[in-house]
Write a protein that binds this ligand. Sequence first.
Ligand SMILES: [Zn+2]
Ligand SMILES: [Zn+2]
Length: 85
Amino acid sequence: MDKCIKHTKELVGGCMWCGKRLCEFCIARKEGLKVYCEKCAQQLGPPRRSIPVVETKPVAPVIPERRSAPRIDKDGYFDFSTVRP
Ligand SMILES: [Zn+2]
Ligand SMILES: [Zn+2]
């Protein structure tokens, strides 16, 4: 089994960027299964914070204002005089 020259530790993986073989002490950054060496981790910058995805709610359909229904007068006719445009 290959060992890290620097740390004399068992190599556990390779840098995702440069392919350098790394032991657990060489790993400067870990992103899930991806590992990065110190040099590449610095180039990547500070670790990205996972921003919670805010679900955009569907916009409610605009309901037009209800217009006043025509009144029926005493004679059984629609009284349109009360209807506003
Ligand atoms: Zn690297
Ligand atoms: Zn090492």
